[in-house]
Write a protein that binds this ligand. Structure first.
Ligand SMILES: [Zn+2]
Length: 452
């Protein structure tokens, strides 16, 4: 018997492990030792178990073990429009007759954020970029539910009341308030819980932010660090408004203001004109590929062209789903439809949903793969599920067949937050009931008669 020299907090044994390391190593009977929130050992079960004794051991036999999924663009309070907006309009702020973001109270935002984060954790997402109004509520929900999050407030100065009527009224007071709100967020939450929460800047879009406001954001980002999160070339109206205002396309405008660079994570990139793709590629920006949202608007983003031009690609759900596995499958299928052929492999989608997101967020030393020294953000799927059979290379069945509901256990920062498919960090039933009550009240205000 080997002497066990080390004690760890958590030991996973007997799993089929997709490490997503540089060599994409696979361990057929693997174990992971976790201590102080980090992976301290990974390898064959026999040898890892010989080196470590654990306070808690998880039997991972019959489980596909992989890094947690990274969702690089989302707005949890917009869960309020799910299941309705898809058939009514596009972004809520441009759509009359539905609950508007400016109707929400901070407690409404908190209730909806808990719902969104619960759904994401349940489906294997361990890191999310979440930005909207009331970012303090978003950060509080992320702190309590145990997800890793990059949180930001929605910075803009176009008056939302005018936007739903198609008017751009830029108001300095609105811009200043959103900047103040984000500064307070950073002061309160940036670096919370050993860095599990980070706070960034998120100017909403080139049309809903004036040039002056975008210049101010650029200064603040340069001083603070982190990423800039935005929507880019999402809607024809945005492109037209920016053209009318500046004579530039949205990417050209961001480039002129010094915001189009490797720190930028921009969702959508659908309506790109002329040389925009080359410009985005040269900048090394990250495209937050949002296939489910894009499809519901009837569009496919030119992801392969953007990647070939040099842009980095990461994956997101943009609130239309909490299931990053679903987003991987949609993302792959839509590019195949667009290019009429097999332009993407399942493994690339898994890379974008893990390593790609981590790299975009500057967290590639911390998360995105299962390696010694990285934070223990780990997902386990039940590979005895019919949907995960036959298991041949691991990646194919994950992208083409699995669903988020196959996720059994989720660990974030070394803490078990989903166990046996149930939320372990909070009362999931209470979260769902509170979110339904919140949503029903807001839809009643919009003139609907919710069935619950
Ligand atoms: Zn968005």
């Amino acid at each position: 018997m080997t002497d066990i020299a080390n004690t760890c907090d958590l030991l996973l044994t007997g799993g089929l492990i997709l490490t997503l390391d540089d060599a994409h190593s696979l361990l057929k009977d693997g174990a992971i030792a976790i201590a102080d929130r980090k992976i301290v050992d990974i390898g064959a079960s026999e040898s890892v178990c010989a080196r470590w004794s654990a306070k808690t051991t998880i039997d991972a036999r019959g489980r596909l073990v992989m890094p947690g999924l990274v969702n690089v663009h989302n707005h949890t309070p917009l869960m309020i429009t799910r299941g309705m907006i898809e058939d009514i309009g596009l972004a809520p702020m441009f759509t009359p007759g539905i609950p508007q973001g400016h109707w929400l109270t901070e407690e409404d935002a908190y209730a909806l954020s808990c719902l969104g984060l619960f759904e994401m954790l349940r489906n294997g997402c361990t890191t999310v970029v979440d930005f909207y109004r009331y970012p303090m509520a978003l950060a509080r929900a992320a702190s309590e539910l145990g997800i890793r999050a990059v949180v930001a407030g929605r910075v803009h100065d176009a008056d939302p009341a005018g936007l739903s009527q198609g008017r751009y009224d830029y108001k300095t007071k609105i811009g200043e308030r959103s900047l103040r709100e984000n500064a307070a967020l950073i002061e309160r939450w940036d670096g919370h819980d050993g860095g599990r929460l980070r706070c960034d800047w998120a100017p909403h879009a080139p049309d809903t932010c004036s040039d002056d406001l975008l210049r101010e954001v650029k200064k603040l980002v340069d001083a603070h660090g982190g990423n800039v999160h935005t929507h880019l070339s999402q809607l024809p109206g945005e492109v037209a408004a920016v053209q009318a205002r500046s004579g530039l396309t949205p990417p050209q405008l961001l480039d002129t203001l010094g915001l189009l660079d490797e720190k930028l994570i921009a969702a959508h990139c659908l309506h790109l004109e002329g040389d925009d793709i080359a410009l985005c590629g040269r900048s090394k920006m990250t495209v937050a590929y949002a296939p489910i949202g894009n499809a519901k608007g009837g569009r496919i983003a030119p992801i392969m062209e953007l990647r070939d031009a040099g842009a980095r690609i990461a994956l997101c759900t943009d609130t239309f789903s909490g299931d990053m596995i679903e987003a991987m499958r949609w993302g792959l299928s839509m590019q195949r439809i667009d290019r009429q052929g097999s332009v993407l492999e399942a493994r690339t989608m898994v890379d974008w949903a893990t390593r790609g997101g981590a790299a975009a967020l500057g967290m590639d030393e911390t998360i995105g793969s299962l390696e010694i020294g990285k934070r223990a953000d780990i997902v386990m799927l039940d590979d005895r599920s019919p949907r995960l059979t036959p298991m041949i290379d691991g990646y194919g069945v994950l992208v083409h067949s699995a669903v988020g509901n196959d996720v059994d256990t989720v660990i974030v920062d070394g803490r078990i937050v989903v166990e046996g498919g149930r939320l372990a960090s909070a009362d999931g039933d209470a979260i769902v009931a509170r979110a339904q009550a919140t949503a029903s009240a807001l839809w009643r205000r919009a003139g609907r008669d919710p069935i619950r």
